[in-house]
Design a binder for this molecule. Sequence first.
Ligand code: SAM
Length: 454
Amino acid sequence: ATVPQLLEPGQRTKPGDLAIVLLARDNYEPLILEQSTGAVDGYAEGATLNTRFGSFPHSTLLDIPWGSQVRASAVDTGSRGRKRRRDDSGDDASTPALEDTEGTATPTSAPAKKAVTASSGFIHILRPSPELWTYSLPHRTQVVYTPDYSYILNRIRARPGTRIIEAGAGSGSFTHASVRAVYNGAPKSDDDRKGKVFSFEFNESRFRKMEEEVESHSLKDFVSIKHRDVYNEGFLVDGKSPMASAVFLDLPAPWKAIRHLSRRRPQDMEQDSNDGSEWVSPLDPRKTAMICTFSPCIEQVIQTVSDLRKSGWVEVDMVEVSNKRLVSQRDRIGSYLPKEKGANPNPADVTEALSKLREVNQKTKEFTRIKANRGEEGQNDQMDVDGSNSEREPNANNKLDESSTEKVWMQGRLIHRAESELKSHTSYLVFATLPPEWSEEDEAAAFAKWPCGN
Ligand code: SAM
């Protein structure tokens, strides 16, 4: 089986890899790298990524170390491209191409565009990870973000070898995080009990999209995705138990699915089907099972907790992940002057604070003027990637107080504040445990092992 970069990262890019293109700060686009086999979509160079920062033939993105910065190329749109453009849009090829002002990458199948900033812009090619996938994935639903899924995966004890049930698959954010957590090598056969994700999605178009992504990210051997209403049809795969020991339900009514997740045929199901067939649980009978359900309102939590108890789940508890990022920085107003010059460490003196503010404004203007003279503008303003951004360069005019004996970074009061906009989707997480099946024989065998048992 092909092992994807997501699970066993290599050092260099290769055709077929999923890459995450970093266009600018917080602007990521996923891209499947293609081997060029001739002109594509009018580009003589073959498959080409078009962005606001220029055009990047895939040939320039292949066989390079992950994390590389790549400069835009001056691409040749070729005669085939000109013909296509005339055919597609009815426009003459000499019409200037529209600039993509959003900064988003356009798919290679889009009509050919002229490179707008040929050989001036750059991108970074990042190795895919579940975290970057969560940032860049095409949203089809609300998704589970990294702060939540890292906590959930820890609590449901997802580790290499775990077989995990997930419903609904939605946009696949949790799927990608969980497959990395449970991966312990490629399975050798269908019956091989390696770590695997068993994912279920009711909505047909989301299911199809997930199928495509699982295929194009080379995850087919590690993720099984089924089109299923799990409330009515449960979690068996082709009639067989996935033998799972971890479950994550991100569904509007998780309690409707819980009856399928018990050790024995639930009473209500006995009434539904009196055909006498054997009840097959999707859970591994020899292992403790852990579950997490994700619900935005407390009424859903109450119903879920009740149905978990009825199905034999114990140690039920609820958690809300309230993530905050704390930013620590120095507040320079107040102790701006060095101590030996008699600075007031508390900004009680408004005159001093105002005069310092004026000084800082003056220096900012000077700094901007020098920067403009040097012609430093454009992408470097947005992205401080290679250390060449002038904001980082020492500038004599921009030092706060040259006569200070204190280091600049030591000046001012240390303050911190919470940033509230960290992406996470506030929901209540209900956790519970289902002990393994325990028979008279198990008890006798366990008892026999005790020193006093015989
Ligand atoms: N956890 C996903 C992620 O991280 O991308 C997002 C899940 S989304 C909030 C909920 C999904 O559950 C939707 O895609 C919806 O179609 C699916 N769903 C709702 N009812 C379902 C059912 N009875 N069986 C299977 N899937 C269902």
